[in-house]
Write a protein that binds this ligand. Structure first.
Ligand SMILES: [Zn+2]
Length: 407
């Protein structure tokens, strides 16, 4: 519901409720008295809001033993099973879904292949069917579904729910949230998939309590999520963070975006495969054929010591490192998380990356930055998309204009 339709009393109540939910999320079990003290709200206000949340099942009460011999205090905690959310990650080939509880713990997962490159209506159908299938498989009652979050590659206008540009499907200006809401009739949230991953890190992962950090994803493409002073930075129109398309060499190889010499054209999976195919064609890379070439095979050959294969990963790693050194110099982040399918390249790529970062970043700023390569489970992307919904459930409605819910 748009906040503009609420009176200011309702709005204040929502803000107070969100404040209490946040306290419950970060430190429960907690008593009503402690909630009042930490929130600065009056005990009566806290009781009124909490009683409603208990009635809704979102907050559970528990009597605790009391050493002072008085009346045992009633402690409160969020009930993670009070509702569920579904996260969806759309790739070229698959719809990856995960159902999580309110603590972002994955309860059920399902991956459905996407049959053929489709038009937006067909893909929206496939996505809705995957969500319905996941609901059935989990045995979850529809009334408990709080929303569906969708992470998509490309440029997303999250407030309008529009996919402005999809590099994998070559779509422009698709009202994807509306299309999904029409089919599923639950609140739908969409965002760039790297942003959703960053959200999961900030709320439930390595970014918890870190005010300034960057997430860099490496794999099919190269992306970035930006958190500055605890806030997501998206640029003026939602397109910020196109790290994969920073220009490294105008005379370099052509990129998916149509320009030349972007970082992605040097260090993404397709770039590695392109270089490997060229090396095979030139007779420089033995033990591989162009037909049977995969990143995994290229990694095997490199690990067996093939110098050309090692150099392909090394060159990509150096380009990535040069670019990340620039990020360190620009942002002075405390943490850079590297994730994505490309994490499988391991030291073949990230060894040279670290060398370049070491050589090129301003030493004082480098000293501030921890660089962490994240293990990427299959759940990470879909869990990120689920976090999009959880973020909405717990955030103060004064920011609700950021993502207007269709309902
Ligand atoms: Zn590009």
């Amino acid at each position: 519901m748009p906040t503009s339709s609420k009176g200011s009393r309702g709005l204040i109540r929502d803000i107070n409720q969100s404040l209490l939910l946040n306290l419950l999320q970060s430190g429960s079990p907690i008593s009503r008295a402690d909630l009042a003290r930490q929130s600065g709200l009056s005990p009566a206000t806290v009781s009124g809001i909490i009683n409603n949340l208990v009635q809704d099942g979102l907050v559970a009460e528990k009597a605790m033993g009391d050493s002072s011999g008085g009346r045992p205090p009633i402690m409160l905690a969020l009930n993670p099973d009070a509702g569920y959310v579904i996260g969806v990650k759309l790739t070229e080939d698959n719809v990856v879904t995960a159902l999580t509880d309110l603590n972002a713990q994955v309860r059920q997962r399902l991956t459905v292949p996407l049959a053929g490159a489709g038009d937006p209506e067909t893909v929206a159908d496939a996505l809705s069917q995957a969500v319905a299938q996941l609901m059935r498989a989990s045995g979850t009652h529809r009334a408990k579904l709080r929303g569906v979050g969708v992470g998509l590659a490309g440029i997303i206008d999250a407030p309008r729910g529009t996919l402005r540009y999809s590099p994998i499907f070559d779509w422009h200006n698709i009202p994807i949230r509306h299309m999904l809401h029409k089919r599923l009739r639950v609140p739908i949230y969409i965002d760039n998939d790297v942003n959703t991953l960053t959200m999961a890190e900030k709320w439930f992962g390595a970014g918890r309590g870190v005010d300034d950090f960057l997430t860099v994803t490496v794999g099919r493409g190269i992306g970035m999520g930006i958190v500055v002073r605890g806030q997501f930075y998206r640029g003026s129109n939602g397109g910020g963070g196109e790290f994969g398309h920073i220009a490294l060499d105008p005379a370099g190889p052509v990129c998916d975006c149509g320009k030349h010499g972007c970082l992605e054209a040097f260090a993404s999976d397709p770039a590695l495969l392109r270089d490997a195919r060229a090396a095979i064609a030139a007779g420089r890379l033995n033990g591989l054929t162009r037909r049977a070439l995969t990143i995994e095979r290229l990694i095997d050959v490199a690990r067996q010591g093939d110098a050309v294969a090692r150099q392909i990963f090394g060159d990509a790693g150096h380009r990535l490192g040069m670019s990340i050194a620039n990020l360190i110099n620009l942002f002075n982040p405390r943490l850079i998380l590297i994730s994505g399918e490309g994490v499988r390249n391991g030291d073949l790529m990230f060894g040279p990356m670290r060398e370049s970062i070491q050589a090129l970043a301003v030493p004082e700023l480098l000293a501030d930055a921890e660089i962490r390569i994240e293990p990427l489970g299959d759940d990470a992307w879909a869990r990120g998309a689920a976090s999009l919904v959880l973020h909405e459930l717990f955030k103060p409605p004064v920011h609700a204009e950021e993502v207007a819910v269709v309902s």
